[in-house]
Ligand binder design. Structure first.
Ligand SMILES: [Zn+2]
Length: 431
């Protein structure tokens, strides 16, 4: 009896102590205060390392490497991550790198992905293409290194494990798929994955939407059993283009510069970049050993419309009296598209707005044509969110239109990306 009573008192005291501890730890005011200070610290530390991140971007910009050649880039990233004290893996695929940062508190496993390769630049006086960071992957790497550095500085308060995936060969759409096929997700096991792309949006803006962020890009290939006369092939090309294309009335979703338009661009609920099928104006027409072949790219916003395309084209060919000459219709290229997990998108939105204000992230209402990112392959394995990071500064004449010859970035976007995404990673790792 005595022992039991003594034990009971002890248990009671322990329970009380535990309760007090739990109450203190989870007292909303104290919790909020600690959280506010943590994210203020993330911002202050980012301001401190910002000049170095700009240097880092300039170094990568000055040393661009094409897909499959990212050797110096890998060496640079590897050194940076190792100096931060991260565990670094380079044996996944190609010149890819994975940095692993373990927080000192228990939590989830969250991955951040950055792509590494530059674009080829063809000019008349060169035999082989030169490289240029015309898509902003140098900025992506600087942001990812910044997030890694900031989270490493907060290691004692950091929960879980953060993975930093530096992916080669994005421009050829091979790197992500190859990293997965070579066992990336047997080495690391992220619960969620995040990534971003710098875009022509104004600096300061981050934009996101749930589900498909881009249109589905397909290349349709029509093969005939004989050579078609040029005028017949041209006529058919025009008929298919006309019959298949779709846009909201009076809109031109193929005019990419309109993504910034306040009324019809991505940020408007009436965006013209919703519900369309855009197609190359003309098919590429050539002969193979059997006969005429016609190929064209098309961009469709809705997954449910994709299975209807080939039957519709078949019908048009038959209506044009070419049923007997048709050999086959197929998609010669059909990549997955970036597809944001709706629940995680919602949570990321809320987290960013709670910490950085209502305007820190805006909703994207459209799907961008022509572009895509092989981040889509990661999202097939791990739920994740991919953001657009504004990189333009129109007053300074810096327009971050990807792949354009005049692609220029306001480097302030590096600071904005590091702050907001480091805060997001920090919060997501806790859950
Ligand atoms: Zn890119």
């Amino acid at each position: 009896m005595y022992i039991v009573k003594k034990l009971s008192v002890k248990i009671l005291l322990e329970t009380l102590a535990l309760l007090m501890f739990v109450v203190c730890m989870h007292h909303p005011a104290i919790g909020q205060q600690q959280n506010r200070l943590r994210h203020e610290s993330i911002q202050k530390e980012t301001d401190k390392i910002f000049p170095r991140l700009v240097e880092c971007r300039l170094h990568l910009q000055a040393n661009p490497e094409l897909a499959t050649s990212e050797q110096q880039t890998q060496a640079y990233i590897k050194k940076y991550l190792s100096d931060l004290g991260l565990q670094v893996e380079t044996d996944v695929y190609g010149y890819g790198i994975v940095g692993i940062l373990k927080g000192e508190k228990p939590g989830k496993k969250i991955a951040w992905r950055a792509d590494m390769d530059a674009l080829p630049v063809n000019s008349a006086d060169q035999t082989s293409p030169a490289a240029q960071h015309g898509c902003g992957h140098d900025v992506h790497m600087a942001v990812a290194l910044g997030i890694a550095e900031i989270l490493a500085k907060h290691k004692s308060q950091l929960h879980g494990t953060a993975y930093f995936i530096f992916q080669p060969e994005e421009e050829t759409f091979k790197g992500a798929k190859s990293m997965i096929e070579n066992g990336l997700f047997s080495k690391i096991h992220p619960d969620e994955i995040y990534g971003m792309h710098v875009t022509a949006l104004p600096v300061g803006q981050i934009m996101v939407k749930e589900n498909e962020l881009f249109a589905y890009q397909k290349r349709i290939k029509i093969s005939f059993t004989e050579k078609l006369a040029d005028n017949i092939a041209q006529n058919l090309s025009g008929k298919i283009h006309q019959g298949l294309s779709r846009a909201q009335s009076g809109t031109q979703p193929w005019e990419l510069q309109q993504i910034l338009d306040a009324e019809k661009g991505l940020s408007s609920p009436n965006s013209m970049f919703r519900d369309y099928l855009i197609m190359d104006n003309n098919f590429e027409v050539y002969e193979d050993k059997n006969g005429t072949v016609m190929e064209a790219y098309l961009y469709e916003t809705s997954a449910s419309n994709l299975p209807k395309i080939i039957p519709a084209v078949k019908k048009m060919i038959e209506e044009n009296g070419l049923k007997n000459q048709l050999a086959s219709i197929s998609f010669s290229q059909e990549n997955p598209t970036v597809n944001n997990d709706p629940a995680l998108t919602e949570m990321a939105n809320r987290t960013l707005k709670d910490i950085y204000g209502e305007n820190s992230v805006t909703t994207d209402y459209g799907q961008v044509p022509y572009f895509n990112d092989d981040f889509a392959y990661f999202q097939q394995k791990v739920p994740g969110v991919y953001f657009f990071l504004g990189g333009s500064n129109f007053d300074k004449g810096l327009i971050a239109m990807n792949h354009s010859p005049d692609f220029k970035v306001d480097e302030d976007c590096i600071s904005i990306g590091v702050k907001r995404f480091a805060s997001l990673m920090f919060e997501r790792l806790k859950e």
